[in-house]
Design a protein around this ligand. Structure first.
Ligand code: ADP
Ligand code: MG
Length: 560
């Protein structure tokens, strides 16, 4: 019984087009075919557990093999298999409808890169690397006949009686001339490592030699012998699929090392685990930030049911958390649509705010549980927290309770603690709190000393983000303004009662001031007499804070 037919498809010869445009990403054929094989395996397991299949399950695994001489790559499984009718339905109609859909999307998309790599072309992606694809399959159903199908990527196919003797499916790719690079052990191993490393069913790729105990030698020492064992390339049970309660710190650290060999240990991690209103699991790590802020972005890997999809998670993870590392797995993230659609997707939005909330909760827990340990990590996490407070309203609302302000004397304060600390001394006539800060403690040291002497505290705000951060909290905190320590702050504050009186008369003071004023000759600067004690600073020259900010803005290229 041999049958020929035509696949009903609207677009003739879509194959050359797909092949051309997907060329850079053609390795995803393996991801697609291996995940189909995994699906088929999971399905037979489910049928067995439902009592709808009573045969032996056997050793359920997927195998990838290649033959350099025959120029074939074969993906085999002992899953549920297909009957000839099912091939017609699932391969001729469904698989190829995936390809037509791809073409439609492709025509819509302005930028080909928007979809390439994200779109699961499914079974059809085999034609990116193969001139001809063959299926040999035997369905689990009682009395099923082995079936065979082949197609050369045109709309013509051939279907008939197959040769497979055991339940399951072989997909055989006759690799085309341009894709012979895939007929290579290291190449295939690399692709499998990338996409299949955490698939839920064991994936075998060749064998490896292992040493096995083999009795004792004449002197009674243990002997070993070499044995060939299956090379299983994946970890079927990665930590994000487990319950946090099953896991120890060590497990999280080992997994981190597995994902990012040679990295320093992370500061802490967050186990994501939610199934309503969307399904999402994962583990996010806070990496140790290097001093030079050389932190690589795009370190989060996105999976869908343990199949690696991409490490471009820009649209799923809030921008300020892009520096995190780890994995996210969600079957609810649409992968086959363009980026603009993704940004508008309601699941993606919910996932985004869920992650933000979890990160805020984790930081809050750490802060409450062990303040000292939290402060120790502050130099690493401060950047995330401040960036998050600037960019996400919801994060600000939580983080305002655990963000730390660091004084020039190295003490850390929460916003509330700091307010408490300085409100008595640093309030001006209008009852406004004035927070004094430095962005260059070395250069502004004399100003810091002089402020401290008057009983004022000076905050350290010298990280790259602090400029924006100061602006942000100034907007958020009521009746609070920030002044740089070299600005004209002091005289605006209510002075301490015990501040030493000047020994100069008012007239003498005016004279000294006039001398300095005319020497500087710039109206934006202000001269103030401090003290006549030879060990202290006699005069400070400050600049009006408003003028200073205007100047800074002008230097940055004007305007807001
Ligand atoms: P999808 O996996 O998204 O359904 P594919 O194009 O990858 O789309 O596959 C189409 C269909 O072909 C699958 O849904 C499945 O029914 C069938 N199929 C593909 N590969 C196998 C396989 N190895 N074993 C059994 N059925 C398969
Ligand atoms: Mg598929």
């Amino acid at each position: 019984m041999q049958e020929k037919g035509t696949i009903s498809i609207h677009t003739e010869n879509i194959f050359p087009i797909i092949k051309k445009f997907l060329y850079s990403d053609n390795e995803i054929f393996l991801r697609e075919l291996v995940s189909n094989a995994v699906d088929a395996t999971q399905k037979i397991k489910r049928l067995a557990s439902l009592g709808q299949y009573n045969g032996e399950l056997g050793n359920l695994q997927v195998e990838v093999a290649f033959d350099k001489d025959a120029k074939t790559i074969t993906i085999s499984d002992n899953g549920l298999g297909m009957t000839a009718d099912e091939i017609k339905k699932y391969i001729n109609q469904i698989a190829f409808s995936g390809a037509t859909e791809f073409m439609d999307k492709f025509k819509e998309a302005k930028d080909a890169n928007e979809i390439i790599g994200r779109f699961g072309l499914g079974f059809y992606s085999a034609f990116m690397v193969a001139d001809r694809v063959e299926i040999q399959t035997l369905s689990y159903q009682e009395g099923a006949e082995p079936a065979y199908w082949t197609c050369d990527g045109s709309t013509e196919f051939e279907i008939g009686k197959g040769i497979r003797e055991t339940r399951g499916t072989d997909i055989i790719l006759y690799v085309n001339a341009e894709s012979e690079e895939f007929l290579d052990k290291f190449k295939l191993q690399g692709i499998l490592d990338k996409y299949a490393k955490f698939l839920p069913v064991p994936v075998k790729f060749g064998t490896i030699t292992e040493q096995e105990p083999d009795g004792e030698d004449a002197e009674g020492k243990p002997k070993t012998k070499s044995v060939e064992v299956d090379n299983i390339i994946n970890d079927t049970n990665p930590i994000w699929t487990k319950q946090p309660s099953e896991l120890k710190d060590e497990d999280y650290l080992n997994f981190y090392k597995e994902l990012y060999p040679f990295s320093e240990d992370p500061l802490f991690w967050i186990h994501l685990n939610v199934d309503y209103p969307f399904n999402l699991t994962g583990v996010l790590y806070f990496p140790k930030v290097k001093n030079d802020f050389e932190i690589s972005k795009n370190k989060i890997k996105l999976f869908s049911r343990q199949v690696f999809i991409t490490d471009e998670v820009k649209d799923i993870v809030p921008e300020f958390l892009m520096l995190l590392h780890g994995v996210i797995d969600s079957p609810d993230i649409p992968l086959n649509v363009s980026r603009s659609f993704l940004q508008a997707d309601s699941n993606v939005k919910k996932i985004n705010s869920y992650i933000t909330r979890k990160v805020a909760d984790k930081l809050s827990d750490l802060f409450k549980a062990d303040r000292a340990a939290y402060e120790e990590k502050w130099s690493d996490i401060g950047l995330f927290v401040k960036y998050g407070m600037i960019s996400e309203e919801k994060f600000y609302d939580k983080a305002k309770d655990f963000v730390l302000l660091t004084s020039t004397d190295k003490t850390n304060y929460t916003l509330n603690e700091y307010k408490e600390k300085v409100s008595a001394e640093q309030t001006d006539k209008d009852d406004q709190l004035v927070y004094i800060y430095t962005n260059d403690p070395a250069k502004q040291d004399s100003f810091i000393q002089s402020a401290n002497k008057k009983g004022y505290d000076v905050l350290l705000m010298n990280s790259p983000i602090d400029n924006h951060f100061v602006g942000q909290i100034e907007n958020k905190l009521e009746k609070t303004s920030f002044k740089r320590v070299d600005a004209d702050v002091a005289d605006k504050l209510i002075k301490k009662d015990d501040a030493p009186a000047h020994i100069l008369t008012e007239e003498q003071s005016t004279q000294v001031k006039t001398i300095f004023d005319s020497a500087i000759n710039k109206p934006a600067y202000k001269v103030e007499l401090e003290s006549l004690n030879p060990e202290e600073l006699p005069v400070t020259v400050t600049m009006d804070e408003f003028m200073r900010r205007m100047k800074e803005m002008a230097a940055m290229g004007g305007g807001m």
